[in-house]
Design a protein around this ligand. Structure first.
Ligand code: NAP
Length: 246
């Protein structure tokens, strides 16, 4: 039986995959989720090769609250404890407020905020259990927010609002849970070099974006910290940029 377990949403690629791979190397047993079961099976193999003692892959659509809850329940059935919940699944789309289609607002809030809230609420008993088992480190929730949730940016109102909601959720969780060993951190990077930011390559080339490995390094530090320290929010800006834009 592994010492620590993590559940990583959005683990199929990008930042979520980077975090899952790092946690595998630390010996975490992992539950991973994204939409495509076949992709998750390939990722599971690579995570086992990276050191994860066990990997449970559960495909789910994040805008389906029951499916998100089922992922947490599958983790609970396997391990009954959860050291680290990584909320990595996210979508974004750009456009001015005046013409923004409501369906795109709804999709971003369903995937970026509602799914996160459902996963956290369902996982809290498991996180509290892990914090009880490991009083030194406690248990952590790590949410991939965005610098767009901190500083306004033309065209990113919907995405930014959804990411601001995640930052607020982490702060509220710390009020409610950190005294009992479960704390939450929102990480808010500027453009990270993944599929999600490819649309902006004409303006910001990939070599000027934050590498996935830097976000992973922050997560690596968080999971080793003691439960006596709460890190509510980490903002990561790009070198050479104003610091107030993605
Ligand atoms: N890249 C950036 O510039 C940047 C900057 C700041 C914050 N972030 C945030 O960091 C997180 C990870 O971003 P990334 O750059 O790694 O993005 P990415 O490469 O596009 O990966 C997104 C992940 O979310 C999953 N996902 C998307 N829609 C989903 C849905 N409807 N149901 C279930 N899973 C879904 C994807 O899985 P499948 O498509 O395989 O289902 C994938 O694993 C996101 O929350 C993003 O908002 C990204």
């Amino acid at each position: 039986m592994a010492d620590r377990t993590a559940l990583v949403t959005g683990a199929s690629r990008g930042i979520g995959l980077g975090i899952a791979t790092h946690l595998a190397g630390l010996g975490f047993a992992l539950t991973i989720t994204a939409r495509d079961a076949a992709v998750l099976e390939d990722v599971s193999r690579s995570l086992r090769a990276a050191g994860a003692p066990d990997v449970l892959a559960v495909a789910s659509e994040a805008s389906d609250a029951d499916a998100v809850a089922a992922v947490v329940d599958a983790h609970a059935a396997r391990w009954s404890s959860l050291s680290t919940l990584v909320l990595g699944a996210g979508v974004g789309s750009a456009g001015p407020v005046a013409d923004y289609p409501l369906a795109r607002w709804d999709k971003q809030f369903a995937v970026n905020v509602r799914a996160a809230f459902v996963a956290v609420a369902r996982a809290l008993p498991l996180l509290r259990h892990a914090a009880g088992e490991d009083a030194v480190r406690g248990a952590r929730i790590i949410a991939l927010s965005s610098i767009g949730g901190v500083y306004p940016e033309p065209g990113l109102a919907a995405y930014g609002a959804s990411k601001a909601a995640l930052i607020s959720l982490c702060r509220s969780l710390n009020e409610e849970e950190s005294g009992h060993g479960v704390s939450a951190t929102a990480i808010s990077p500027a453009y990270v070099d993944t599929d999600m930011s490819a649309w902006v390559h004409d303006e910001v080339p990939p070599e000027e974006m934050i590498p996935v490995s830097d976000v992973v390094a922050l997560v690596g530090a968080l999971v080793e910290m003691s439960s006596r320290s709460v890190v509510p929010h980490l903002v990561v800006s790009r070198a050479g940029a104003s610091g107030y834009r993605a």
